[in-house]
Design a protein around this ligand. Structure first.
Ligand code: SF4
Length: 255
């Protein structure tokens, strides 16, 4: 795969549940069609001209050197580092990216910095040997493979994604799931409870609605729908004593 060099790596995110982050690639082969916010930004700032270009990732080859320079500068301010915000740290079928993410997490842990990772790829088993303060998550918005192929065409099959997460849970790691961006029934008819049951082993659930897609508002009762789904997640997490976070704007006042 193509390499690029960057001038800086670690930065503070402005998002609601993030602290510091690193992005070890530019572009993402998962090619989500929700659409992907990172791709929209990359297009706006001229980093990717087309969808195809976005789906051809470039590895940040000097990521480790940048961390060596930046960790001493930011160490006292960092609570945790998330991989990644504008790409995927364990991109499906990109071993170079997985290897780089593992090395970065290892380096951050060696400096007593906790990491969280979120992927639509496969979490590697080696993560179980790193700091047990780390938290590992997958994004999962459905259990229907036809829907996945349509909306996240380059991502890992759901079953493989879940089994990789389960392995880490079984080996003493903290795990979480991001059920976001959750689609309305005019995308797919499904039962959220089935997804919750499938992931009953995780420690934390993040839930959020689908945004930036005109088809959502074509579903007449979308506000009511998202309010009900968020309530289901809250009740489930209270009952099973799990941590949860409902993303801003998911619960709204109905018309
Ligand atoms: S996995 Fe994330 S970064 Fe990659 S295309 Fe999908 S939404 Fe965008």
């Amino acid at each position: 795969m193509e390499n690029i060099e960057r001038k800086s790596l670690l930065y503070k995110t402005g998002v609601e549940y993030g602290d510091y982050t690193i992005n070890i690639a530019e572009g993402c082969s998962h090619g989500c069609k929700y659409p992907c916010y990172a791709m929209m930004m990359a297009k706006r700032f001229g980093k990717a001209k087309t969808y195809e270009e976005w789906c051809t990732p470039k590895l940040v080859s000097n990521a480790l050197e940048l961390l060596d320079k930046e960790i001493p500068k930011f160490k006292d301010k960092i609570q945790s580092v998330q991989l990644c915000f504008t790409t995927d740290p364990f991109m499906y079928n990109y071993p170079e990216i997985t290897e780089m993410s593992l090395k970065c997490i290892k380096k951050l842990n060696e400096n007593d910095i906790k990491c969280t990772a979120l992927t639509k790829g496969i979490l590697p088993k080696e993560l179980a040997t790193l700091s047990k303060d780390n938290e590992y998550g997958i994004t999962l918005v459905s259990l229907n493979e036809d829907f996945r192929k349509e909306i996240e065409p380059g991502s890992a099959p759901y079953r493989e994604r879940i089994e990789a997460l389960r392995y880490l849970h079984n080996n003493g790691c903290k795990t979480w799931v991001s059920i976001e961006p959750y689609p309305t029934p005019n995308f797919i008819e499904q039962n959220l409870q089935d997804i919750l049951d499938e992931l009953s082993f995780v420690d934390k659930i993040i839930f959020g609605r689908l945004n930036y897609n005109a088809k959502v508002s074509q579903f007449k009762e979308h506000k009511k729908f998202f309010n009900e789904m968020a309530e289901l997640v809250i009740q489930y997490c209270n009952k099973t004593k799990k941590q949860f976070h409902i993303k801003d704007g998911t619960i709204t006042k109905e018309d």
